[in-house]
Design a protein around this ligand. Structure first.
Ligand code: ATP
Length: 330
């Protein structure tokens, strides 16, 4: 079994009489990327602030790198790095000076060398001696992440790391995150961009109304949402019509000559559909599998008009990856 980098149980936090986190549990395996998603104001930053010891919880047990955040605050702080929505970058210092300051604060040995290495890794060497105030948003975020990496923290909290970045800079960030993970670093990621979570996260938790509405791999979450289907496309009208007549439980699209068969997209179900087509003598020109994307999942799980209907989403929490999708879906 993998060791936990972060283990959270029964986390509660209220601001005054407003409960933001209403007893949440999750576990982040060491060397993985865990993404916490949720609508604005769901409590993502609050969770990050509590895990990074900036704020205290009202209740719950939280361990980071094996240390309790209350009794082992010092050890937790040593093990983590945090980049926030409001960067720690000092605009009046150069990139190199910002990094140097961080290296001195963390008492890093061979600081000059470490700083030079980070400037190079983040492609900031050319601008290293310019004031950070002159940096673009993307450069500033890169500098922020570079500062987080000083001292090689084992666990990194990235709170919306690519907000406002152009597509190329986002991809550079993603590449860096992947490199960090391949080196064994654990990443706790909050993001507004679902494609980012889809791209990077090993496991995703969706926070809604103070609870974890669902948790699993991106694929597991997508399978929870109805809408997955197999689409058969025909070029021949007659073949289309006879297939539509032969197959029950399909929806038809006469304009594009396509049939839509509900499916969760698993190998087992695909095999059943193919057998079914074979026995009905249906041969389509094109067969494609469509699964709902993470946007669909997010919208379905965080739909505020559905919040009274808790039973649906309560069933979806903590999906074991060994559970088959059929078991999840039904
Ligand atoms: N210090 C505070 N005092 C009172 N209320 C707060 C405080 N900090 C946050 N809140 C409230 O708690 C809720 C959760 O805030 P939080 O910043 O954790 O959400 P978030 O999921 O990070 O949101 P966003 O996606 O907008 O960054 C919000 O309703 C916010 O207004």
């Amino acid at each position: 079994m993998k060791t936990s980098a972060i283990a959270v149980s029964g986390l509660r936090k209220a601001y005054g009489d407003k409960t933001v986190l209403d007893g949440i549990d999750f576990d982040v395996a060491a060397g993985s990327v865990f993404s916490l998603l949720g609508p604005n104001g769901a409590g993502k930053t609050t969770t990050v602030n509590i895990l990074t010891t900036l704020m205290s919880a009202d209740a719950g047990t939280l361990r980071v790198d094996g240390h309790d955040v209350v009794t082992g605050t010092k050890e937790v702080r040593k093990a983590i790095g945090v980049t926030g929505q409001f960067a720690a970058v000092d605009e009046l210092l150069t990139g190199r000076e910002n990094l140097r300051l961080m290296a001195d604060l963390k008492r890093v040995r061979s600081a000059g060398q470490v700083v030079a290495g980070l400037l190079e890794r983040f492609d900031l060497t050319e601008s290293a001696d310019k004031m950070a105030a002159t940096y673009s948003g993307g450069m500033r975020r890169k500098l922020d992440l570079a500062m987080t990496l000083v001292g090689s923290p084992r666990i990194i909290f990235l709170d919306e790391p690519t907000t406002g970045l152009d597509p190329r800079s986002r991809r550079t960030m993603w590449q860096i995150v992947r490199e960090l993970v391949s080196e064994g670093t654990t990443i706790f990621l909050t993001t507004q961009y679902l494609d980012e979570a889809d791209e990077l996260a090993d496991r995703i938790a969706v926070l809604s109304d103070g609870r974890i509405a669902a948790e699993g791999t991106s694929d597991e979450l997508k399978r929870l949402i109805p809408g997955g289907h197999v689409r058969l496309r025909f070029t021949d009208q007659a073949a289309y019509r006879s297939a539509a007549a032969a197959l029950r439980e399909v929806s038809t699209d006469d304009e594009t000559l396509s049939l839509r068969i509900p499916s969760d997209g698993t190998q087992r179900e695909l095999r059943a559909i193919l057998d079914w087509l074979e026995s009905a003598g249906v041969e389509a020109d094109e067969l494609t599998v469509h699964t709902p994307d993470l946007d669909d999942v997010f919208l379905a799980l965080t739909d505020r008009t559905n919040t009274d209907d808790r039973t649906n989403t309560d069933d979806l929490t903590n999906i074991d990856s060994s559970t088959t999708s059929k078991e999840i879906a039904r």
